[in-house]
Design a protein around this ligand. Structure first.
Ligand SMILES: C[S@@+](CC[C@H](N)C(=O)[O-])C[C@H]1O[C@@H](n2cnc3c(N)ncnc32)[C@H](O)[C@@H]1O
Length: 276
C-alpha cells in the first residue's frame, strides 16, 4: 500500500490538534474555578496562589475513555480542538471533495475556540498547494453571548456564556496557527459577535461552511448570513446537532428555506449536507 505524504501529514495534524497521541494530562484545578460556589472558589484560588509562589500547581486527574476523547465528547485541557477525530475526518473529506470537484469558494468556521478545526482547513489547502482559497476564522474570541430569549426563545436558560474556558483570545488562536507554520494571508480573522461581523463580512462565495456556535442564535446568525453564499455542491457542516438550541435552528432554517438535501450523520452530534 502506498501511503501518500499529504495523507501522512494530515493524519498527524489531526491527531496532534485533537491531542489523541498522548494521554489526557491532569488539568490545573483553577481552570474551572469560575463555575464553583464562592467558598470553594476562594479556597482553590488561595491554595493555587500559595503553591504557585513555590513553583507548584494544584491539578486534577481527568479520567476519560479513548472513545470519549476521540469522539469529541469532552472539553479537553490541551487539545486545539474539541471536535474529535470523526468530525476532523469529515471536515478533511468535505474540503478534499470541493477541491477535487472544483466547487468554488472559501472555507469558514463560525465558532473556533482554540482554532484547531480552522488549522486543519488551512493545512488541507497547504497539503494540496492551494493558494487561491481563504480560511475565515469567525469568533468573538471572548466566549459565547448571553442568551436573548425575547428574540431567540430556544436559547432561554442557556449557560454557555458563563464558561470562561470557551473564551480564547485571537492572539492565542493566531499563535496556535503560527506553531503549525500555517498563519499567513490566506487566514482571515473575523472578530466579534456573529450578528455584527457576518452580515458585512468580506466573503464572496463559500465552498465549506462549518458551524460550531452551540446556541440557537449563533447557529441561526451564521446560517442566515452565510448559507446564501455557499456554492452549489458546497458543504454545510453542523457541529452541534446534539445540542437542543442548535438543532432547532438548523431544523427551522431548513424548513423556512425548503432545504431538502439529506442530512448525513458524522457522529453523535456532527451532521452535514451538500447544497443542491
Ligand atoms: C464549542 S466552541 C468551538 C469549538 C471549535 N470549533 C473547535 O474546533 O474546538 C464555540 C465557539 O463559538 C464562539 N461563539 C459562539 N457563539 C458566538 C457568537 N454569537 N459570536 C461569536 N462567537 C461565538 C465561542 O466564542 C467559542 O469559541
Amino acid at each position: 500500500m502506498t501511503v501518500r505524504p499529504e495523507n501522512l501529514y494530515l493524519d498527524l495534524i489531526k491527531k496532534t490538534l485533537a491531542f489523541t497521541l498522548w494521554p489526557e494530562p491532569p488539568i490545573p484545578l483553577d481552570t474551572f474555578n469560575y463555575s464553583r460556589p464562592y467558598l470553594k472558589r476562594w479556597l482553590v484560588s488561595s491554595i493555587s496562589y500559595i503553591l504557585k509562589r513555590k513553583g507548584l500547581q494544584l491539578v486534577k486527574q481527568r479520567e476519560f475513555t479513548t472513545d470519549e476523547r476521540e469522539e469529541g465528547r469532552i472539553w479537553p485541557g490541551y487539545a486545539y480542538t474539541m471536535i474529535g477525530l470523526k468530525r476532523l475526518d469529515n471536515l478533511q473529506s468535505c474540503i478534499e471533495t470541493v477541491l477535487r470537484e472544483n466547487v468554488q469558494g472559501d472555507l469558514i468556521e463560525t465558532g473556533v475556540w482554540r482554532g484547531g478545526a480552522c488549522i486543519l482547513m488551512r493545512a488541507v489547502l497547504a497539503a494540496y498547494g492551494i493558494e487561491d482559497r481563504k480560511v475565515y476564522v469567525a469568533d468573538s474570541f471572548e466566549g459565547l453571548p448571553k442568551p436573548d430569549p425575547e428574540k431567540f426563545p430556544a436559547d432561554k436558560g442557556d449557560k454557555h456564556y458563563i464558561h470562561k474556558f470557551l473564551a480564547v483570545s485571537q492572539d492565542e488562536v493566531e499563535e496556535n496557527f503560527r506553531k503549525f507554520g500555517l498563519l499567513d494571508d490566506q487566514v482571515v480573522f473575523l472578530k466579534g459577535w456573529f450578528k455584527d461581523t457576518l452580515p458585512n463580512a468580506p466573503i464572496g462565495t463559500l465552498a465549506v461552511l462549518r458551524l460550531d456556535g452551540d446556541m440557537y442564535s449563533s447557529t441561526m446568525d451564521a446560517l442566515k448570513n452565510l448559507y446564501p453564499k455557499l456554492s452549489k455542491g458546497g458543504f454545510c457542516i453542523i457541529d452541534d446537532y446534539g445540542l437542543k438550541g442548535c438543532k432547532q435552528a438548523v431544523d427551522d432554517y431548513r424548513a423556512e428555506n425548503a432545504i431538502a438535501a439529506e442530512m448525513k450523520i458524522v457522529d453523535w452530534t456532527g451532521r452535514y449536507w451538500r447544497k443542491a
